[in-house]
Write a protein that binds this ligand. Structure first.
Ligand code: NAD
Length: 319
């Protein structure tokens, strides 16, 4: 069983969870069901991943077979940018809950701190970045404060137990903390040895906000999207330093990368469809990287970010 992190909202969040981005609809229900059987309790979903209905089917099957109860799970979802307008937040959250076949989320996050013009779900769902579904980006005038107030009302209404943020930088967090009636419980950010974000993690820690690291394997998850900047850097799992640490601790390179984050007190949310790899990723918290390992990884920071919106705006070709 993975350790857990106590959130400022008073709830416990498993430290190792299962990510749901790019999990194919056709296999998603089975993947979620298998991940529950493998021992995962936290699932990190989002409207944008386009598979919440199938995630819900996997969860429902596991509950029906009494493998878990709803309250054993920690289900995370995210508000997409086209639903930032205050009056759109609750209806879309209710739709997402219905897709998951649950009546509350454990954690609901603002996916990116930038509002896009509303696209009705009957037109396209999930709506993605582009108003016309092709290339036109249309911003909404809604502010992050207005959206946060609507997020707080989800907690008031019992639709989610905790709320949090994703892809925020320090400035956005300082601003949010000025007006937040309910403080963000977590900050979910891209974080791996090539993008260590030490100052941002330090700020979150000081403010009592738990950090979830995504894309723990760095370029690996972006190579499959055809992103040049991911193809042009050494894969972390094949990096000499990571391989030698894996050998030293009798672990896999993936476990070293996950441990590097969890040892800093961060949560991780890797994904795989292979049950043996699911177990490997879940079992990544039972060893200690020594100071020499941590110092060596600290030297690997390149401030290299893969998941930034402008990468998706430029053209359909990712740079
Ligand atoms: P990932 O953790 O899914 O890893 C990328 C690839 O590594 C996977 O496709 C998988 O095939 C492979 N892999 C996984 N475990 C492995 C192992 N032990 N050995 C070898 N290969 C392995 O990366 P990701 O999808 O970028 O991020 C994980 C999760 O983070 C997502 O599913 C999503 O839930 C979340 N995420 C959130 C945001 C956000 O904007 N908030 C952005 C990206 C990802």
């Amino acid at each position: 069983m993975a350790p857990s992190i106590e959130l400022n909202s008073g709830y416990e969040m498993p430290q190792v969870g299962f990510g749901l981005w790019k999990v194919d609809k056709a296999t998603c229900a089975d993947t979620v069901y298998n991940a529950i059987k493998a021992g995962y309790r936290l699932f990190d979903g989002a409207c944008d991943y386009g598979n919440e209905k199938e995630c819900g089917e996997g969860v429902a099957r596991a509950i029906k077979e009494s493998i878990v109860k709803r309250e054993d799970l920690f289900i995370v979802s995210k508000l997409w940018q086209t639903f930032h307008d205050k009056e759109k937040v609750e209806p879309i959250c209710r739709r997402q809950l219905a897709d998951w076949q649950v009546d509350y989320f454990d954690l609901f996050l603002i996916h990116f701190p930038v509002a896009l013009e509303y696209v009705d779900p009957s037109v396209r769902y999930p709506p993605g970045w582009f108003y016309d579904g092709k290339c036109e980006v249309r911003w909404s005038k809604t502010t992050n404060q207005q959206t946060w107030e609507a997020m707080e009302m989800l907690v008031d209404g019992g639709l989610t137990k905790s709320i949090g943020i994703s892809n925020y930088q320090a400035q956005g967090i300082y601003d949010l903390l000025k007006y937040a009636r309910i403080r963000p419980a977590t900050l979910q950010i891209e974080l791996h040895p090539y993008l260590q974000q030490r100052n941002l993690v330090g700020l979150a820690k000081e403010e009592g906000i738990a950090v979830t690291a995504y894309s723990s394997f760095g370029p690996t998850g972006f190579i499959e999207l055809g992103m040049d900047r991911a193809k042009n850097v050494a894969p972390l799992m094949e990096h000499d330093a990571i391989i030698s640490m894996a050998t030293k601790h009798n672990k896999t390179p993936a476990q070293v990368l996950l441990r590097w984050a969890s040892q800093q007190g961060l949560a991780v949310i890797p994904k795989t469809s292979r049950p043996s790899v699911m177990t490997q990723n879940l079992d990544s918290t039972d060893f200690i990287l020594d100071q020499q390992d941590m110092d060596r990884i600290a030297e690997m920071d390149l401030n290299l970010r893969f998941n930034q919106p402008t990468n998706y705006f430029q053209t359909s070709k990712l740079s």
